[in-house]
Design a binder for this molecule. Structure first.
Ligand code: AHM
Ligand code: MG
Length: 339
């Protein structure tokens, strides 16, 4: 692989990993690439809200300004729908999944996409990074028929592809199709993503822990004990605490520098906050592909059998050794595994 290949070239090159490929997955990733550029353009204008108008205002063309998360949802949904490359989409922004039928005949596409169009959206107003998370599965019901709930409620280990876009200091698209993780940085001047981070890997161990520590009092005892361990003066500790409150950005930093992200259960959020299908599974797939680890504190995230679209789970994810140590603290409190 050339060092400076573009995402477009990389997608075509990557097709050789798949026997009997029809190019459907490549077209799907290409659509996500396109939607990412459109959303990026809008996210970059967010600071101009006082000039361009607030959400709910009507702009000069008579169009109503949308909230950015609603806008991002529309762009990703429409891009995937219009190009007729998937048979169903589920979005964190929508109550139910959407079935996509063909123009003239039944939709024979085999993939469904699950998406969190703009994660960490509470950060938009303060010019802090936000992201998009996506996850792709092969449908399990018969092709040519409308998709069913079971096509979306698959274990994370069935994912065909997953990735995220981080709208940060630079905009990056990072994804995996099960053959490692690669990161592409957008050159905004010409609108092209370049392979900037080939074969991304979590350092095996790290020194960063990311958690909303303001909730400490509500955390299970295993998490409290682990946090005290992180803060103890011993060997390479205390660790550094870093929490953006934007999963994509926290994950991205930890993958590059080495670290652990935790969103545990708490007495306020008894099942955790993050969504299994839209947030945890895609990040878990990426983490494992990058040599990291992801679990609910007790069991492998990718082996959890989903029961509902918007299911929440506790999330422990990052450098392998750090997650293992955190799990060893959780093990002391087996009852907390039943959240
Ligand atoms: P969202 O989907 O409503 O944006 O919530 C998900 C976000 C994550 O990006 C972030 O890690 C977490 O919520 C932060 O939650 P908290 O403010 O409770 O720490
Ligand atoms: Mg989210």
């Amino acid at each position: 692989m050339q060092k400076h290949s573009t995402l477009g070239e990389f997608i075509i090159d990557n097709q050789k990993h798949f026997k009997y490929t029809t190019g459907e997955l490549s077209r799907l990733i290409n659509s996500i690439r396109l939607a990412a550029k459109v959303v990026n353009h809008e996210v970059n204008k967010a600071g101009l809200v006082d000039i361009l108008g607030h959400a709910g205002d009507t702009n000069i063309q008579g169009e109503e300004q949308q909230k950015l998360d609603v806008y991002a949802n529309t762009v990703f949904m429409q891009t995937l729908k219009n190009r007729q490359i998937v048979c169903g989409i589920a979005s964190e922004e929508e109550d139910d999944f959407v079935t996509i039928s063909g123009n003239d005949e039944s939709n024979m596409n085999k993939y469904v996409v699950l998406i969190d169009p703009l994660d960490g959206s509470s950060n938009i107003d303060v010019n802090v990074s936000v992201g998009t998370i996506f996850s792709v599965y092969r449908r399990v019901t018969e092709s040519g028929t409308p998709v069913q709930l079971e096509d979306f409620l698959q274990e994370g280990n069935k994912q065909v592809a997953a990735g995220y876009i981080v709208y940060g200091t630079s905009t990056m698209l990072v994804y995996t199709t099960g053959h490692g993780v690669n990161g592409f940085t957008l050159n905004p001047a010409i609108g092209t993503f370049y392979l900037s981070h080939p074969n991304m890997m979590f350092p095996e161990n790290g020194k960063i822990y990311s958690i909303n520590e303001g909730n400490y009092i509500h955390f299970p005892q295993g998490v409290k004990d682990y946090l005290k361990y992180c803060q103890k003066e011993e060997e390479d500790r205390p660790y550094t605490s870093r929490y953006i409150g934007s999963l994509v950005s926290d994950f991205h930093r930890n993958m590059i520098k080495g670290g652990i992200y935790l969103y545990p259960t708490s007495s306020k959020a008894p099942k955790g906050k993050l969504r299994l299908l839209y947030e945890c599974n895609p990040m878990a797939f990426l983490a494992e592909q990058a040599g990291g680890k992801a679990s609910d504190g007790y069991k492998r995230m990718l082996d959890i059998k989903p029961t509902e679209l918007h299911q929440r789970v506790p999330f422990f994810c990052g450098s392998k050794k750090m997650v293992e140590v955190a799990e060893s603290f959780m093990e002391q409190y087996p009852d907390d595994a039943n959240y």
